[in-house]
Design a protein around this ligand. Structure first.
Ligand code: ATP
Ligand code: MG
Length: 570
């Protein structure tokens, strides 16, 4: 038996609230994970039935716009049909079998969502990648994952061609384009010709669903494998409580399709019956985002802090957002100043969440919960999240240590299976009964977690431990600062000192740098403990970032310490 009904037959029609409640109970760890689970069959096809029976408001399940007039709207039934066609293309044209791997490197085009669902229907393991990948990045990923197929768009196809001779596992290449290219099959044409009849494969909950390469903020990206249940069921509860999704919601997450946050959205929105809204957003533009929120009935918005930092630079009072009622952020630390500016101008709270490619949501500020500015919220069930020392012993409230998730006696079902082909790394990520995230924080007596920094980013100056985020947030409160990155820098007396790299707001860039440096140093001493102030300050035009928008402090650190000497903790 499948989860919601015999496989290959229409699932029995239940009350939508009962169904979502069952998924939520599993997601929270209160009910066992079924032996067999397939998101396409058990969740999407179920919503298709519910929709037909009138259990959903008449909003699409998927709504895509490109900003220049093109629009795609699918309800669950149409999404089902299109994704079955796509599944037939993968199975019949590309000869992909369950367990085979496929890379998806697409801009925010509807085909990304179709092919993701088609992978689930066929049991093919999806490997999303961001569109900025270079030839070298593509080669590394295709070789490491031994992907048999890739789907991409015109802009990336030449890069794939340049390296595909070095990737012997790669057998088929699919192009999402209105034109043709030698050596490539045209996905749109194949899709039009394919049948809408397809029998979803039967997958066990533990079968692999996706492989993600981490963002590579701290080094070479690692391959993280997630199971069908880990992603397929792991986001239902956080989708309900953190993202606050219902079947009437329209959820826009501006994330690139290659980053885990796009999958988090897919797997939190659809089980809750919500609509996924997508803007093609060829480049991040604050005005386009604000106009889109004003023109479409989007209820729920998620952006990385980098984007919110840009949005609050605009005069937000000039916009009237049609239906917006809930806002989220995550992926890096949110500066309290940005949250306050958003809240005062838009009238909505920013709910920060914390997680990794290896996990689902670890901590969150759920809807309705009291928010403590600067905290990333409380542990998100079913995770038991603790602050532990390097041996895996639980520390007391207020003590700084490793953010850790309990994996013994039982590993949560919504957790990565392993670092692929790297058992040493998988093993090294555990201490005692815990998985060690690599992030440092403390927990207060009310159970709120306060992020300090990645392990390598914490600065040790004259035996004071300083988290970069706190200093960056203090700097961000000054009107001259657009954004800042804080790292350690060598010092003959103190060993290391705090150094800030600062991008100035345009109106301040003409000022005397020495005077501004002193002003910023005094400002930090005023708003946080004085020992944290940056003894060194450099003004830069931009900060090094990953393609997902995260500040790469490790790059700045190596610059300071010199590649050969390395920083003291490397
Ligand atoms: P790599 O592991 O390759 O260095 P990465 O850790 O940046 O890359 P991801 O898995 O995409 O790759 O990012 C997870 C990390 O992002 C977390 O471990 C944490 O350091 C950071 N992060 C995520 N959310 C938050 C948050 N709300 N506050 C602070 N940091 C966050
Ligand atoms: Mg990481």
């Amino acid at each position: 038996r499948g989860f919601c009904g015999p496989h290959g037959q229409p699932p029995p029609l239940l009350d939508p609230q009962d169904i979502v409640a069952t998924w939520e109970a599993i997601s929270l760890g209160r009910q066992p994970v079924p032996e067999y689970f397939n998101f396409a069959h058990d969740v999407l096809d179920m919503w298709s039935q519910l929709e037909k029976a009138g259990h959903r408001p008449p909003i699409p399940a998927f709504w895509w716009v490109n900003g220049t007039g093109a629009e795609v709207k699918w309800n669950f039934e149409q999404l089902g049909q299109q994704s079955r066609r796509a599944a037939n293309v993968l199975r019949d044209t590309c000869s992909l079998q369950p367990g085979d791997r496929m890379m998806l490197v697409l801009p925010r085009l509807p085909e990304w969502w179709l092919v993701s669902v088609a992978c689930i229907r066929t049991g093919v393991v999806m490997i999303p990648g961001v569109s900025q990948l270079t030839e070298k990045d593509l080669k590394y990923r295709l070789q490491a994952s031994r992907a048999k197929s890739i789907i991409t768009s015109d802009s990336l196809a030449p890069r794939v061609d340049a390296i595909s001779a070095d990737c012997p596992s790669l057998q088929t290449k699919l192009l999402v384009s209105d034109s043709s290219r030698p050596g490539w099959m045209n996905f749109r044409e194949l899709l039009r010709e394919a049948s809408t009849e397809h029998n979803c494969v039967r997958t066990k909950s533990q079968d692999p669903l996706a492989i993600y390469f981490t963002s590579g903020t701290t080094g070479a990206p690692k391959m993280v494998e997630h199971s069908q249940a880990s992603y397929g069921l792991g986001f239902v509860a956080s989708g309900r409580h953190w993202v606050d999704l219902t079947k009437s919601d329209i959820f826009w997450n501006t994330s690139d399709t290659g980053w885990v946050k796009a999958a988090w959205t897919l797997f939190s929105a659809w089980p809750n019956g919500s609509c996924i809204f997508v803007h093609e957003l060829p480049r991040v533009d604050a005005k386009v985002i604000l106009n889109t929120l004003s023109s479409f009935p989007i209820t729920t918005l998620c952006c990385v802090p980098t984007i919110f930092r840009l949005l609050v630079q605009e005069d937000l009072t000039r916009y009237q957002f049609q239906s917006l009622r809930h806002c989220l952020t995550g992926g890096e630390a949110l500066n309290p100043d940005v949250r306050e500016k958003w809240k005062s101008q838009v009238g909505l709270e920013l709910h920060e969440g914390y997680g990794q490619s290896e996990t689902v949501v670890i901590c969150a500020n759920s809807k309705g919960m009291k928010i403590k500015s600067g905290s990333m919220g409380k542990a998100s069930p079913p995770y038991d999240v603790q602050i532990v020392d390097d041996e895996g012993n639980i520390l007391s409230p207020g003590e700084e240590g490793n953010v850790a998730v309990r994996v013994r006696p039982a590993r949560p079902f919504c957790f990565f299976s392993c670092y692929l082909d790297n058992p040493e790394k998988t093993e090294a990520s555990e201490r005692g009964d815990f998985y060690i995230t690599g992030d440092r924080a403390h927990k207060d007596k009310d159970g709120y977690f306060w992020f300090m920094g990645r392990n390598d980013d914490v600065i040790n100056s004259s035996s004071y431990r300083i988290g970069p985020v706190e200093v960056e947030s203090a700097l961000a409160e000054h009107p001259a600062v657009l954004e800042a990155a804080v790292v350690s820098s060598p010092d003959p007396i103190r060993g290391e000192v705090v150094k800030a790299f600062i991008v100035l707001s345009p109106t301040y860039s003409s000022q005397d740098p020495e005077k501004l440096t002193r002003e910023l140093q005094e400002h930090v001493k005023r708003v946080t403990a004085p020992y944290k102030y940056p003894r060194k300050v450099t003004f830069v035009s931009e900060l090094p970032k990953t393609v997902s928008g995260k500040i790469q402090r490790s790059k700045l650190r190596s610059q300071e310490w010199g590649e050969t000497r390395g920083s003291p903790r490397k």
